[in-house]
Design a protein around this ligand. Structure first.
Ligand code: GLC
Ligand code: MG
Length: 247
């Protein structure tokens, strides 16, 4: 087996089917012993990652991309990679972003753990999103701010710096670890994972239980490097690994 880079979202992708997760863990650890690298890429902060890790059998990854690509941890006890944080500064003004979002009553701030220097996150209902997202986008642009709006699962809205998302963080990590896009597998289920699939030639596995926003993106951007699994969560990942001939 040639070494590969495996990058997976956690909630409703790697995590959700304990039986299949155990089987996948075993296979991944074997691959790691032969030179492959395993990276988790989650929307969660390090704090909420640790909570999840206490509940389900997640082995320690080679790297953790947390908070929707805004923090990269080589060491889960340490600080995020400063070289990556440095890149995110460009065009980002946290205070101005917060001030603009204050105009929208429909935006409900997520818990304090999910707010950071490079990520402002809200809950927003699907009904309100249709109106709020274009208005918010317009207002941010008018103020000369380069902010990405990432809406996931009909519930979560993340405001991020221009250079930060799961896709750009993946590229940074992939280049640091020295893997080609063709030797890289990405897996996800929701809106914040679209950046993982759109960044390049990586082999993408979309689990069968994916959210509507990712499914509609997949249908609008047909690409032989992407596979939509029938099975859910880790079982869908196992199915995709077989499809691409990794397993
Ligand atoms: C995770 C994070 C949350 C974010 C969501 C979608 O649930 O905790 O802050 O909004 O992912 O990216
Ligand atoms: Mg997910």
């Amino acid at each position: 087996m040639l070494p590969f880079l495996f990058v997976t979202d956690l909630d409703h992708t790697l995590v959700g089917d304990d039986f299949a997760h155990d089987e996948l863990n075993e296979w991944l650890l074997e691959a790691r012993s032969q030179g492959s690298k395993i990276v988790y890429s989650t929307g969660r902060s390090l704090t909420l990652y640790q909570e999840l890790a206490a509940e389900v059998p997640l082995f320690t990854p080679d790297l953790l991309i947390a908070a929707v690509g805004t923090a990269i941890y080589r060491d889960l006890q340490g600080e995020p990679d400063p070289a990556w944080s440095e890149k995110l500064q460009t065009g980002w003004d946290l205070e101005q972003v917060k001030a603009i979002t204050a105009h929208f009553a429909d935006l409900v701030l997520q818990p304090e753990t999910e707010q950071s220097e490079f990520k402002v996150s809200f809950f927003l209902t699907e009904e309100a999103a249709m109106e709020v997202l274009p208005q918010l986008d317009r207002l941010l642009t008018q103020q000369g701010l380069e902010v990405q709006l990432i809406y996931s699962s009909g519930r979560d809205l993340d405001l991020l710096p221009r250079h930060a998302n799961k896709g750009s963080a993946l590229t940074f990590v992939r280049q640091t670890l020295g893997f080609a896009p063709e030797a890289t597998i990405v897996c996800g289920d929701s809106g914040n994972d679209i950046a993982l699939f759109s960044v390049g030639e990586e082999r993408g596995i979309i689990v069968g239980n994916a959210q509507p926003e990712l499914l509609s993106w997949y249908r609008d951007h047909r690409n032989p490097n992407h596979y939509l699994a029938k099975s859910y969560c880790a079982a869908g990942i196992l199915e995709g690994l077989q499809y691409f001939g990794f397993k």
